[in-house]
Design a binder for this molecule. Structure first.
Ligand SMILES: C[S@@+](CC[C@H](N)C(=O)[O-])C[C@H]1O[C@@H](n2cnc3c(N)ncnc32)[C@H](O)[C@@H]1O
Length: 297
């Protein structure tokens, strides 16, 4: 990562660490959680009142998104959900309710202060099948093909490496898995400079992709059935949008494809009872003999 990207990510982290501290300190001072300052296009007003009322006040106060991804992702009982940039945990807690006791909701965030706030909120909410992970959305700390639905609320625009976010999202999703994201997206007619004139990077505006760029990024990662629909304007020519896409059922991740091609001795699952030859025209024994590598029983 370039020095400029590292600096930008650190600026984002500091901004959201300060937001988490503000909510936490408001609570500690016994004055109730202080809502973070956001205009009416962002935050908890974008959720239904009954959803907000059922959550800890600090989770609601820390809401900084631009939509309600749990509503757009149509979560079902038993599903495993991952929230990219989970902040104070509002969407993880709502996901937890939607997937029920047989499902699981993960939150991923890079900011310690947000993770601490989210954990405290999960405890207050009595949520038992949630887990918060520290890490970046450009290098998701979960295995491939393990998640049914990836959600995210106004975070992908903050990434300094969006192709990596799309590739990582594709990797962790199970074949047939889907994304249900809300994010800021710019009109295709605006240049990068014009988008930057409309708001700052940490405020979720300057780093936003255009509609065409978002679609191209998802397609390049392998997603299909892509829909990007604006919901409300957040600045001139900049919109909050619902993004949906699917990982095809027959998909393999680029990593899996490489692993298969480079399988030890040309044999998959080498030295286990489940061994198969990576080349269907060779038997396991032929592949091992031909390769001469050290992976022989
Ligand atoms: C705009 S807030 C949204 C929080 C939450 N989704 C919500 O709706 O309230 C952005 C969150 O994403 C996190 N974040 C930003 N960039 C990130 C990255 N590259 N990797 C992991 N987390 C990131 C920040 O720490 C912050 O908690």
């Amino acid at each position: 990562m370039s020095e400029q990207s590292t600096d930008l990510r650190e600026t984002v982290r500091e901004r959201y660490a300060a937001a988490a501290v503000k909510v936490t300190e408001g609570h500690a001072a016994c004055c109730g959680p202080q809502p973070v300052e956001v205009d009416e296009n962002f935050g908890s007003t974008l959720y239904a009142a009954d959803e907000r009322d059922a959550l800890p006040a600090e989770a609601v106060a820390a809401s900084l998104g631009c939509g309600n991804p749990t509503a757009v992702a149509e979560l079902r009982d038993g599903e495993r959900v991952l929230d990219l940039g989970s902040g104070g945990g509002i969407d993880v807690l709502l996901s937890d309710r939607r997937v029920g006791p047989t499902g699981k909701a993960y939150g991923l965030d890079m900011t310690d202060e947000m993770l601490a706030l989210a954990l405290a909120n999960a405890e207050k909410a009595g949520a038992t099948n949630v887990e918060f992970l520290k890490g970046t959305i450009e290098a998701i700390p979960l295995p491939a093909n393990t998640i049914d639905v990836v959600i995210s609320n106004c975070v992908i625009n903050l990434s300094v490496d969006k192709p990596a976010v799309f590739a990582e999202t594709f990797r962790v999703l199970k074949p047939g898995g889907r994304i249900g994201v809300t994010d800021v997206v710019g009109d295709d007619t605006l240049t990068t400079d014009q988008r930057a004139e409309r708001g700052d990077y940490v405020g979720c505006i300057a780093g936003a992709l255009s509609f065409a760029e978002y679609r191209q990024g998802l397609e390049a990662a392998g997603f299909t059935s892509i829909e990007i629909a604006p919901t409300h304007q957040v600045a001139d020519g900049m919109h909050s949008a619902i993004v949906r896409a699917t990982k095809p059922t027959a998909a393999t991740t680029p990593t899996e494809a490489t692993e298969s091609a480079d399988a030890c001795c040309g044999v998959n699952a080498c030295c286990t009872s489940g061994e198969t030859s990576a080349d269907p025209s060779l038997t396991v024994t032929e592949a091992k003999t031909a390769s001469g590598c050290g992976c022989q029983n």
